[in-house]
Design a protein. Structure first.
Ligand SMILES: [Zn+2]
Ligand SMILES: [Zn+2]
Length: 336
């Protein structure tokens, strides 16, 4: 029988069940091929089909006109958007029931003009341009006072929710604080009010001393396997120095993030045989009091396990690989 430990996430307080047995990759994992194998000939994100992808909001171009080939990163409205840029901001009530217009922005960042080029295989400068596009779009959207928060995420591979193989990320600007961010903000604010410090800074300091869950401590962006990891090889990338807002990251910090992301994803690809994964950028709300308490971070969530009734019913994730074991495996693999 596998020994299991119930761990509490130091930020949100959520419970995770961690199996403490040895790393058993093949037995426990759902290692479906990540690729969807959608035909490049019909892909709207490939260079030359700019009209299909939609009018560009932002692009990195070495000269040349908009909406034609010649770009390396391109941002367009999401054609399957769940949010609309026009709408009312008020909340409607019907007894116990509440709703509001699906107001917001939903954009797609096409990360490369080439169909079969996963994000972490871009060279570091090209990957930096993707992060530059994220930062630039947050700066622009935060001028719209109807929006409270921005979440950037990435679906890669079949079981991540992706619909296309062509590498892209998505940005959502909400008129509210979504629950996953709200949980973190609440925990961070609680820690600040009791201890007067940033919980993420405290966590990084403890992990740098402990070492068991440290994956990479090179440069300005660190990689850790979180203590209460929900899935095997969950990884958080965080700036070493306190910073609540991704949009305030310097060019140098974005270069450090690009480099750490490349190296960590290369190792995860090796350990899990090129898995599907999600990435989520959590950054402080666009206005408010979170600057001292919150600390931006990028979560990498490999999708090699499935949610079951346990997760839906209890909110407790069962993780068959301890973060100590995952960090050891990822540390043991040199970059490449
Ligand atoms: Zn394509
Ligand atoms: Zn901090």
């Amino acid at each position: 029988m596998v020994a299991t430990e119930l761990r509490t996430d130091p930020i949100t307080g959520r419970t995770v069940a961690i199996d403490l047995g040895p790393f058993r990759r093949r037995d426990d994992f759902d290692l479906q091929p990540a690729r969807l194998d959608d035909p490049p000939a019909q892909c709207p994100f490939c260079e030359g089909r700019e009209a299909q992808a939609g009018p560009e909001i932002l692009a990195w171009r070495e000269g040349g006109p908009a909406n034609l080939p010649g770009w390396s990163v391109r941002v367009v409205p999401n054609r399957n958007s769940m949010l609309r840029i026009e709408g009312r901001t008020d909340v409607r009530s019907d007894g116990l029931l509440e709703s509001r217009d699906g107001l917001g922005a939903h954009e797609v960042i096409i990360e490369t003009p080439i169909h079969d080029q996963p994000l972490h295989t871009l060279d570091a400068d090209r990957l930096w341009r993707v992060l530059w596009a994220w930062r630039t779009r947050i700066h622009d959207l935060k001028r719209d006072s109807r929006f409270s928060s921005i979440v950037i995420f990435k679906n890669h591979g079949r079981s991540s929710g992706a619909r296309l193989d062509h590498s892209h990320s998505q940005l959502t600007a909400f008129p509210l604080i979504p629950p996953a961010l709200a949980d973190k903000l609440l925990g961070a604010s609680r820690h600040m009010s009791i201890n007067g410090t940033c919980v993420f800074c405290g966590l990084l300091s403890q992990e740098l001393t402990d070492r068991r869950r440290m994956i990479s401590d090179q440069g300005a962006v660190l990689a850790i396997a979180p203590y209460a990891s929900r899935v095997p090889f969950e990884t958080w990338l965080m700036p070493r120095d306190h910073s609540a807002r991704f949009e305030e990251a310097t060019d140098a910090t974005l270069h450090a993030l690009a480099s750490t992301f490349k190296s960590v994803m290369a190792r995860i690809d090796w350990a899990l045989e090129r898995p599907a994964y999600n990435c989520v950028l959590h950054t402080a709300p666009l206005s408010g009091e979170a600057d001292a308490a919150f600390h931006w971070h990028l979560e990498i969530i490999p999708r090699v396990t499935r949610y079951s009734g346990l997760e839906w019913g209890s909110g407790v994730h069962r993780n068959p690989v301890s973060p100590e074991e995952a960090a050891e495996v990822l540390r043991g693999r040199s970059e490449g």
